[in-house]
Each structure stands twice: as structure tokens, then as C-alpha cells.
Write a protein that binds this ligand. Structure first.
Ligand code: SF4
Length: 506
């Protein structure tokens, strides 16, 4: 008893040794947890700021097992994947150059939060994992999510300033748009592999664009420049032109599957989510990926709500709320400006306040953690606006917010029984089970896509042969960059038939 009362050593917070400016040239900053396009361009942003940086390899099943072994076994699976991923990378490097050298040569940089879920405990997980692999001297740093300019992080080696933060945000916007167009084109490409090649070249090109980003000072100058410059717009126009060389056959009938779920699982592309994006495509679906920008938009909405709740308590709450709303509007405006540069092909940002309104009967907007009320809101939004035939929600094993949202979705399904919803529990090691469950719902989605297509043919009096003849005379419509209007049906092929029928009448 006495020992428990007096021994405070167990409560010591993790304090990394500082990372200093003098070390910058020799130390490599490790980061990860996003999709590969964003990670590659982010490396260029780090380089443009004078850092050496390297994205960790995408996590594997082996990393999951290591994460369970060296950190808390009951933690949610994204925590196991990411801690195991870091631990395995460092272990391998330790074998190569020794653990002292690893602790000297690398630091890890990740997003942090107080979190109402596991997210608030990530650093403890990492710390435990590092201790268990004998690397307690290794340094990891958290970037708070609520400040654009955080100055030097634990020493002056890493400075999270305006140019760095803006570079990160613009990277996420540009690579979101690229990912969106990629998933709209690949399922319809006539020559296999052309889309992958265009994406690869575009990512290399964007790396160069971000590496050559001009230096506009350190405080408000960079913000003004990023908001007003045509620099990124022109770069994305070039990317759009590259895609223009790809020929597509949009008469292929495919169900559209919207991916939602916990941030890491919906974003990453690899073993942590059973390669679900590629798997769905191989099963004949068109994937509607989850943009990181939607989460950033939600994060701003979260602060707006917080200030909204303090009106009448904090006398500046209204002004603070307006300030974040302005920031949020600027964010949406920037997204749309960049989207226009890509011919308005990438998916639009859903309105956060509409998502909140849609989710409100089922999930309280003030419940935080994970994606909060957004999972319910996004599933309903995609269904009601005819954006997808089906929603596939990637729900991590042992994730509290996702479990709540799956429960809440039952209420939404009661009122919208037509909504095709596949919540997949992702454990990392139960692939067959999760994919077979997804396949069951996907089969229904395929039937709906076909039925919708047949119905449109019947309504317009068109045939597939007639459609192909019309397309043969309109080469611009066979380009990947041709923007097909959304004409009130979900599927790409069905919208194309309606569009062709409209053109035929002119
Ligand atoms: S949202 Fe879920 S999976 Fe993600 S950190 Fe929180 S508990 Fe873990």
C-alpha cells in the first residue's frame, strides 16, 4: 500500500530528448499513416523546409502482430498497426546500424491529440513499444492538431511553422484530388496500366512542385500566397492534361462503393485494410475513396461547434466561431479552386453542416472521437444524393467511436432501408471473413447498378450498341478528363446513357 502511495515513477510523462537544429542535416524524420501519394509529396515538403524525411513503409500483418506483442494487446487495431510498424522499422535498422545509432539518426513525427479515444494515447503506446524493443532513447514528437504555427517542437530541430503547415495542407488537398480522379478513371481505362502510370508521374511532378515552392516568409505572407497564387492551380492543370491522354470506356456497368470508416483505415491502402480499395476494383466496383480534406473540414466544424456552445458563457465565443467559420470557408474555397483546375472531376466536399443535420437524429454531433457523427452523415449523404450504390465502413477492432456509429446506423437503416451498408470489422487477421461479408453486400450493389442501367436504357430507348456508335464519333467523350454530368442516377454508365440520349435529341 505504502509503495503504491509514494511511488510516482509510474506516472512520469514521456519526455523525449530535444531534437536540435544542429542535428537537422544528420537526422531523418520518420512519418506515416496516410496513403502513398500524400506521403511521397509530404517528403518533398519536408525537404523544401530543409529536413531529411522518410515515410515509413505501409504497415503489414507482421507489424500488427508486433504491435500486439510490444504494446497493449487490447488496443484498437490502427494503434497496433502503427506502433508495430514503427517498432519493426527501427528493429531492422538497429540490426543494420545498432540501436544507439538508430536513436541518434531517426526521430518520429506524428499527429497528436488529447482524444476521447485511443488517439489520445498513441504516444503512450509508442513509448511502451519502444521500451519493449530496447529503444527508450528514441525520440518521437507529436504535432498538435489545433495550431497552424507551433514553433519549435521539443528543441529547435523541427519547427512547425506556417510554411510547413500550409505545405502539408496543400499537399493533402492536391493528393486527395489526384486520388479521386484516379479511382474514377482506372475502372474504365481501355489500356490497362495507363492510369497507374499517370498517377505515378503526377506524384513525381507534384513532389517537384512542392520542392520548388517559393519561400514567402514565415508568418502571414505564406498564407496569403497559398490562398492567392495560381502556382498549384497551374500544377493541377498539368496533372489534368496528363489524364486527358487516357481513353476510357464508361459504358462498363459498375457499382460505386463509398469508403468510410476510421481515419487510418479509410486512408491507408494496404494490408491494414485488407487492400480493400484494390480488392473492390478487382471485384468490378468503382471505388469512391475517402478524402482527407473531409476530415480536416470536420475538424474545423468541431471547433465551430465548441465555440457555438460557449456563446453566452465566453464573451468572445461568437467572434471565435466566426473566425473558424471564415477559415473553413477559405478551406472549401481553396478545395474548389483546385478541383476546378482538374476540370471539376474529383469528388466535391460534402457540406459539414448538412452531414451534421443528416446524422443528428441518430448520433449526437458533440460526441467526439474518430469521425464522430460523420460516418452516419456521410453514409446518408452518399445515399440521398445518389453518389454511391453502397457504403463500405471500415471499422477497426476495439474502436469505441466506430462501434457507436455502427450501432447508430441501425437507426438510420430503419428509416432508409434502401441504403446498402457494409460495416466491416477490421482486425488485420480476419481478411476472409471481412471480405466475404463485403462481397455479400457488393453482390446486391452490382444488381442495383445493372438494374439502374437497364432502366435508363429502357427509359431513353438507347441500346449499348447505339451508345458505342455515338461515342465512336465523339472522341472527347472517350477521354478520361471528359466530365460526365450527374443526371440523377448513381452509376457512371447509367449517367453516360442519359447524357448521350440528351445529346442525341439536340
Ligand atoms: S478512432 Fe478508433 S481506431 Fe482510431 S484511434 Fe480512436 S479508438 Fe482507435
Amino acid at each position: 500500500m505504502g509503495t503504491l502511495a509514494t511511488d510516482r515513477s509510474s506516472y512520469r510523462a514521456y519526455t523525449p530528448r530535444p531534437f536540435t537544429r544542429d542535428e537537422r542535416a544528420d537526422v531523418t524524420i520518420l512519418f506515416g499513416g496516410l496513403h502513398w501519394r500524400a506521403e511521397r509529396v509530404l517528403s518533398a515538403v519536408f525537404a523544401s523546409q530543409g529536413y531529411r524525411a522518410q515515410a515509413l513503409p505501409t504497415a503489414t500483418k507482421e507489424d500488427l502482430l508486433t504491435g500486439r506483442e510490444v504494446a497493449d494487446i487490447g488496443q484498437c487495431c490502427p494503434t497496433s498497426f502503427t506502433t508495430g510498424n514503427l517498432a519493426n522499422f527501427l528493429r531492422k535498422e538497429s540490426v543494420r546500424i545498432g540501436s544507439d545509432e538508430v536513436s541518434r539518426k531517426y526521430v518520429y513525427f506524428t499527429a497528436g491529440s488529447c482524444g476521447s479515444c485511443r488517439f489520445g494515447q498513441y504516444h503512450q503506446s509508442y513509448e511502451m513499444a519502444l521500451r519493449n524493443v530496447g529503444l527508450e532513447a528514441f525520440r518521437l514528437f507529436l504535432m498538435a492538431q489545433d495550431s497552424l504555427d507551433q514553433g519549435a517542437a521539443k528543441g529547435d530541430g523541427l519547427e512547425i511553422n506556417m510554411p510547413f503547415t500550409l505545405g502539408t495542407v496543400w499537399t493533402l488537398l492536391c493528393t486527395d484530388l489526384l486520388q479521386s480522379i484516379e479511382y474514377q478513371v482506372r475502372p474504365f481505362e481501355v489500356v490497362e496500366g495507363e492510369t497507374a502510370k499517370a498517377v505515378d508521374e503526377s506524384v513525381d511532378y507534384l513532389c517537384e512542385v512542392f520542392r520548388r515552392r517559393p519561400n514567402r516568409g514565415r508568418k502571414w505572407g505564406p498564407l496569403l500566397w497559398h490562398l492567392t497564387t495560381p502556382y498549384f492551380v497551374n500544377a493541377l492543370r498539368d496533372v489534368h492534361r496528363r489524364f486527358g491522354a487516357i481513353e476510357v470506356d464508361r459504358l462498363r456497368v459498375k457499382p460505386i462503393v463509398k469508403i468510410t470508416g476510421e481515419f487510418y483505415l479509410q486512408t491507408v491502402e494496404g494490408e491494414p485494410n485488407y487492400n480493400i480499395h484494390r480488392w473492390l476494383e478487382s471485384e468490378g466496383a468503382q471505388v469512391y475513396p475517402a478524402a482527407i480534406a473531409v476530415w480536416l473540414d470536420y475538424w474545423m466544424r468541431w471547433y465551430v461547434q465548441g465555440f457555438e456552445d460557449h456563446i453566452g458563457i465566453d464573451r468572445f465565443a461568437r467572434q471565435k466561431m466566426q473566425a473558424v467559420r471564415t477559415l473553413q470557408r477559405l478551406f472549401g474555397w481553396t478545395y474548389n479552386r483546385l478541383r476546378r483546375a482538374m476540370g471539376n472531376l474529383p469528388a466535391e466536399l460534402p457540406d459539414q453542416y448538412e452531414l451534421r443535420r443528416l446524422a443528428a437524429p441518430y448520433f449526437h454531433s458533440r460526441l467526439s472521437g474518430g469521425e464522430g457523427d460523420m460516418l452516419v452523415g456521410k453514409a446518408l449523404w452518399a445515399h440521398l444524393h445518389k453518389k454511391a450504390h453502397m457504403t463500405c465502413e471500415l471499422s477497426p477492432y476495439a474502436c469505441m467511436p466506430n462501434t457507436m456509429s455502427i450501432g447508430a446506423m441501425q437507426g438510420a437503416l430503419g428509416r432508409h432501408p434502401d441504403l446498402l451498408y457494409a460495416p466491416l470489422e477490421i482486425k488485420g487477421d480476419a481478411e476472409v471473413h471481412a471480405l466475404s461479408r463485403c462481397q455479400m453486400i457488393l453482390t446486391e450493389a452490382k444488381k442495383r447498378a445493372q438494374k439502374e442501367f437497364d432502366e435508363v436504357l429502357r427509359r431513353t430507348g438507347m441500346t449499348i450498341e447505339r451508345g458505342r456508335d455515338m461515342l465512336a464519333n465523339r472522341p472527347e467523350m472517350r477521354r478520361a478528363t471528359y466530365r460526365l454530368p450527374h443526371l440523377g442516377v448513381v452509376g457512371t454508365a447509367a449517367n453516360l446513357v442519359l447524357h448521350l440520349a440528351g445529346q442525341g435529341r439536340r
